[in-house]
Write a protein that binds this ligand. Structure first.
Ligand code: FES
Ligand SMILES: [Fe+2]
Length: 390
């Protein structure tokens, strides 16, 4: 897709006078327009979501050849399918003939090919053009030239990540680097063996807020004491507003009388076998820019994928992952799932409450961060850097 003309993008200039007047403890946030403006959102789609690695689908959701999923990545629909050799492939979800949308369903399964419903051009699960009406009468057409447009795909943590960039950035320098920046090393996350876990529960949320609100909220814990009573019961240190993602390598410790990461602090499930002594009874939260949150606790992992669809609307798929034997045993996961489901609802309600005011004149030059939120400033610099870079 063509890039947006920056001269017409109308990026709001930073309000230097407001910044200068702030006391040292406070830092300026982005201005309200960043959360409402359609042009800025379109720029984010082209400069961020269509450039970075985007966590699209859980690999095990597409276990069999012919199973597919379509996801919106930036302004593009991407089709991800498992081929007959067992590999996952990603394509732009458009027909090479006259551009019809190939799959309109979000998920489904085909036998051995995708056939365009318009003139019946037919593509193998690996994207190759295998048949088209009257193709034999066009001997000069090389069918290998007219397969589906491939999109880069990489599997990690049991998920398929796709990248629409012509030259995808290094996965290690972006996705994995974000995890290392939070945990301090690359090995700590491997201890949870996330790719071996099974889906215990998935909840979809339709959040009426800008995707950046949701990231900013996830990065800070200043709000924990106010809106997360159950979470602060389990993680008492969250009451002071720091912890969370403030300190590199730090996991918030369970309270002394807490049995597990459950809604009432009762005992959890069997510990994941790789979890180290120093990781036990601790919670780690990781933000992988631009759209993934990973939450690590000793007996499960919670992974959020965000799908920004409008300046004021973000769809979120949240997966609760457990040991296969735990899921297969049919044990009741309610208390385990309920804790973070409540946290999600509390967080997303707060994001929606902020979104309501983003186009108020009272937020035209933004708000302020207190010291325990200052690290969100780096995220804002990253976003505005991406939007303005040539
Ligand atoms: S547009 Fe797909 S076959 Fe014609
Ligand atoms: Fe929260």
């Amino acid at each position: 897709m063509t890039d947006i003309d920056l001269t017409t993008a109308g990026l709001p200039a930073s309000d230097e006078s407001a910044r200068r007047e702030l006391p040292e403890s406070l830092m300026a946030t982005l201005s309200g327009q960043y959360y409402t403006d359609q042009t800025i959102f379109a720029l984010e789609q082209s400069r961020i979501f269509e450039q970075e690695w985007f966590c699209a689908v859980r690999s095990a959701d597409l276990a069999n050849p012919g199973q597919f999923r379509t996801v919106q990545v930036g302004r593009e629909s991407v089709l991800i399918a498992r081929d007959r050799r067992g590999s996952l492939n990603a394509f732009l979800n458009i027909c090479r003939h006259r551009g019809a949308r190939l799959c309109v369903e979000e998920t489904g399964e085909v036998r051995r090919s995708f056939q365009c419903p318009y003139h019946a051009w037919t593509y193998g699960l690996d994207g190759k053009l295998v048949a088209a009406p009257n193709l034999n009468g066009m001997p000069d057409v090389d069918r290998s030239e007219f397969g589906l447009h491939k999109v880069a795909l990489r599997e990690w943590l049991g998920y398929a990540w796709v990248c629409l960039a012509d030259e995808p950035p290094s996965f290690e320098d972006t996705v994995i680097a974000d995890v290392i920046a939070r945990l301090g090393d690359g090995e700590s996350i491997e201890a949870y063996q996330i790719d071996t876990l099974e889906l215990g529960r998935r909840i979809n949320y339709d959040v009426r807020a800008n995707w950046k609100q949701i990231i900013e909220n996830f990065m800070e814990c200043y709000h924990c004491a106010t809106i997360h009573p159950e979470l602060t019961e389990v993680l008492p240190e969250f009451e002071d507003g720091f912890a969370a993602q403030y300190y590199v390598g730090h996991g918030a410790e369970f309270g002394e009388d807490v049995g597990g990461f459950t809604v009432d602090g009762s005992a959890g499930l069997p510990k994941l076998p790789g979890v180290r002594e120093d990781q036990d009874r601790r919670y780690y939260a990781i933000t992988v820019r631009p759209q993934v949150f990973i939450n690590l606790v000793p007996d499960h992992v919670i992974l959020h994928r965000m799908f920004p669809v409008a300046p004021d609307r973000t769809l979120i798929e949240c997966d609760w992952l457990y040991l296969p034997e735990v899921v297969e045993s049919g044990v009741d996961l309610t208390k385990s799932v309920e804790l973070f489901h409540r946290v999600n609802q509390q967080d997303f309600d707060a994001c929606e409450r902020c979104q309501l005011a983003m186009d108020s004149r009272g937020y035209a030059s933004g708000g302020v961060f207190v010291p325990s939120e200052h690290h969100i400033g780096e995220f804002h610099e990253w976003v505005s850097g991406r939007l303005t870079e040539q």
